[in-house]
Design a protein around this ligand. Structure first.
Ligand SMILES: C[S@@+](CC[C@H](N)C(=O)[O-])C[C@H]1O[C@@H](n2cnc3c(N)ncnc32)[C@H](O)[C@@H]1O
Length: 377
């Protein structure tokens, strides 16, 4: 019989993961409250799948970003950035006491958020893999053939506007750089190319006809409350990533071609939403960091469902997922031997007409680096 891990273990585990990813504030808070029954009991109000540290941390972050005044704000770089404070300098470097005091003082509001929200992310950094992936697909068509895009697990649909962003790829080998996308965009994405920049496909501007996203709980980026919740789900000590998300939200809110977002399940509702996209031009069904939410049988059903769309129009399947969490997807093995699981995602392409899966690249989960495999051209 499976037994549920105690919450305190989840907090200690999350602290280790956040620390490995360069976090400081959340590791300190999570270790500090791991045995605090009063704080942990707030999560009694969360639904079982959400009963994890991140929903509590996001609820507190959300209230601070909404303007609640409390000494805890001095520990959050993101809150300082939003409030225009350059140096928050907290009196006590350990945020735990301020965090527990915040939870006590605002318990009702925190409980309400924990009970009604789910954690959500939309990582525009993943566009550093999506852009070359789409360029790889586009080069089998003439420049005048537009692609239509369907993003599964789209969240707020921010990655559907990938061509609004500015990209800088820097070779890890010789330091040379390659710029692509929209120069001067407020959403500036930097990516290390391992090892050779010349392996990337030509990153020419793409012609996009339709941009559609499908999500179980889509975020409406034009709704202030939903956009703020998305920001609150980020960590408070990575202002660069936070600023990038805010810029991407501002971009979609001002866009004259915002993506159409549909509510539904990526397997069950795939055909319905794909059929709603007009035209016979090529359709690229893509997804990033979402198939891990499906079990292995559902992942197989997803691959089959995308394949069975092919017919009226050429359909390409492009995904960027963790291979260790998606055994049901047809990801080819790595061309190089690995010692064990690492923090990489794979960019895989399946072309129309039953073309075999091609492992195009390995990427950092937030798009900070990309290793494009030479065999994929
Ligand atoms: C980790 S986020 C990734 C969002 C986006 N793809 C990205 O790369 O930034 C996962 C998203 O998948 C959505 N999701 C999870 N299961 C889903 C399903 N079965 N069908 C559709 N969307 C799903 C969640 O609501 C969430 O928005």
């Amino acid at each position: 019989m499976l037994t549920e891990q105690p919450l305190s273990d989840h907090f200690r585990g999350f602290a280790a993961v956040a620390e490995r990813d360069g976090g400081r504030t959340y590791p300190a808070i999570c270790r500090g409250v791991a045995d605090d029954d009063e704080v942990l009991s707030i999560l009694d109000r969360a639904s079982p799948p959400q009963r994890r540290p991140l929903i509590l941390l996001a609820a507190v972050h959300f209230l601070l970003l909404s303007g609640v005044e409390h000494p805890l704000a001095a520990h959050y770089d993101t809150v300082a950035a939003v409030r225009g404070h350059s140096d928050p300098s907290p009196a006590d470097p350990d945020p735990t006491a301020a965090f527990t005091d915040f939870c006590r003082a605002h318990r009702t509001a925190v409980e309400e958020l924990v009970a009604t929200r789910t954690t959500q992310t939309n990582e525009v950094g993943r566009c550093t893999g999506l852009l070359p992936g789409l360029c790889h697909v586009a080069r089998s068509y003439g420049a005048d053939v537009p692609l239509s895009l369907l993003d599964l697990g789209t969240s707020a649909g921010l990655n559907l506007l990938f061509d609004d962003y500015a990209y800088t790829y820097r070779s890890a080998g010789d330091g040379t750089t390659l710029r692509a996308g929209e120069p001067g965009s407020s959403v500036a994405l930097e990516c290390e190319a391992r090892d050779d920049l010349t392996l990337l496909p030509a990153l020419a501007p793409l012609h996009v006809a339709e941009r559609v996203g499908l999500d179980l709980s889509p975020i409406d980026p034009r709704a202030d409350d939903e956009a703020l919740w998305l920001q609150a789900c980020q960590w408070p000590d990575n202002p660069v990533r936070f600023g990038r998300l805010r810029a991407a939200l501002a971009n979609v809110r001002a866009s004259d071609h915002p993506p159409r977002l549909e509510r539904g399940d990526m397997v069950v509702d795939l055909a319905r939403v794909a059929d709603s996209i007009p035209g016979t031009n090529p359709l690229v069904v893509f997804h990033s960091w979402v198939a891990a939410y499906l079990d292995e049988a559902e992942q197989r059903a997803l691959a089959d469902a995308v394949r069975s769309l092919d017919g009226v129009r050429p359909v390409h399947h492009l995904y960027c997922e963790s291979p260790f969490e998606t055994p049901g997807l047809p990801t080819p093995p790595s061309p190089v031997r690995r010692e064990g699981p690492d923090l990489a995602t794979t960019l895989v392409h399946l072309g129309p007409g039953g073309a075999a899966a091609q492992r195009l690249a390995d990427t950092h989960p937030h798009g900070y680096w990309i290793r494009w495999w030479p065999t994929s051209g």
